[in-house]
Design a protein around this ligand. Structure first.
Ligand SMILES: [Cu+2]
Length: 346
């Protein structure tokens, strides 16, 4: 009554106003009750991208088929593989445009051996990363792995041991990094490839399409006007090493990558390598921040794979960043914030 009085007037003039606000509240409550629970509701509503449907991602346990595979592998997942980069030499100089990658695997292997099973096309392998490009898989260590048409300048190579489902081994020594300089170098208008023609780096232009509303997109506007041809979901970009300090905290993006189809598309694993940085849940001071399609930031506080379920078909942007306890990006040559485009076909 008192509030009505405050709004002014007698009961006759108040009644229509009361009905109006009452109806408004009822409609509002009903409307919000009909909204699907969606963490990304705020971002999708204002996004300029046209999402075909809303996507609600949840963290789920390691899928049963992987758990079963681990059982079949015996002790392999407790192995502590140690890699050594024999070539290219750390801080070495290579004349020409071909860089031979030679690795030595040792350590407590417990049966771990990189090899592609011809029947399934799967097997243990090494992830090989040139600069901050998507990794390429290296299966047969007794066969040389060659980088061809590497451009002139400074580059980094990162390698680490991986399982058939691309989850990395996280023991000390599994990861190695080497910086090297190429003199002469290849044709910068053509991609850097392996000897089998797998693209390690598209030297010509920035990765095609960055539909995320990233404010720094404009910075790429001076990249080549001709877009890079599609390369089977591999999000390749101009490759040059940042000024990476191997003694400083370093986040190496590994997964997800490329195209995910059918049952492989749900859940999808986020996996990375961490050097010189311990996450909060592991007794350290750092966090890994991720966001999907420019949406709400989430945190990974233990160094282990994160399985996300609920992807919808289409292209998605996956961003991984290494941040300190205040949420500030920890820079290391530009490598600690990486965005990859993946394709989901369900
Ligand atoms: Cu892999």
């Amino acid at each position: 009554m008192i509030e009505w009085e405050a709004l002014g007037g007698d009961m006759k003039s108040l009644k229509p106003g009361f009905l109006y606000w009452g109806a408004f509240i009822v409609v509002t409550v009903l409307f919000s009750a009909c909204q699907p629970a969606n963490d990304n509701a705020n971002t999708t509503a204002t996004s300029t991208v046209t999402p075909p449907a809303t996507q609600h991602l949840t963290v789920v346990p390691r899928p049963q088929k992987i758990v079963d595979m681990m059982k079949q592998r015996g002790e392999q997942d407790e192995a502590k593989p140690t890699l050594r980069i024999l070539s290219p030499a750390k801080n070495g100089t290579i004349n020409g445009s071909t860089v031979e990658v030679k690795l030595e695997l040792s350590g407590d292997l417990k049966g771990y051996k990189p090899h592609k099973d011809p029947a399934s096309g799967k097997g243990n392998h090494i992830h090989v990363i040139l600069d901050n490009q998507p990794y390429e898989a290296y299966y047969e260590l007794d066969h040389p792995f060659e980088l061809r048409n590497v451009t002139e300048g400074k580059h980094t190579l990162r390698v680490f041991a991986s399982r058939p489902w691309h989850e990395s081994y996280k023991n000390e020594g599994s990861f190695q990094m080497a910086s090297f300089t190429v003199k002469g170098g290849g044709d910068a208008s053509k991609p850097t490839t392996t000897k089998d023609g797998q693209v390690m780096s598209d030297n010509k232009s920035k990765a095609k399409s960055t539909p995320t509303p990233a404010p720094n997109v404009a910075a790429n506007a001076n990249a080549s006007a001709s877009p890079a041809p599609p390369r089977e979901g591999k999000d390749v970009a101009k490759s040059s090493a940042g000024d990476v300090d191997p003694a400083k905290p370093l986040l190496t993006y590994s997964r997800p990558k490329g195209e995910y189809k059918g049952e492989d598309a749900d859940p999808i694993m986020i996996d990375f390598w961490l050097s010189n940085a311990k996450l909060q849940g592991d007794g350290g001071a750092y966090r890994v921040r991720y966001s999907i399609d420019g949406g709400e930031a989430k945190f990974i506080d233990k160094w282990e794979p994160t399985w996300l379920s609920g992807w919808i078909s289409g292209k998605h942007q996956v961003k991984l960043e290494l941040v300190d306890k205040n949420g500030n990006l920890v820079d290391n040559g530009g490598y600690n914030s990486t965005t990859r485009e993946i394709t989901v076909v369900r």
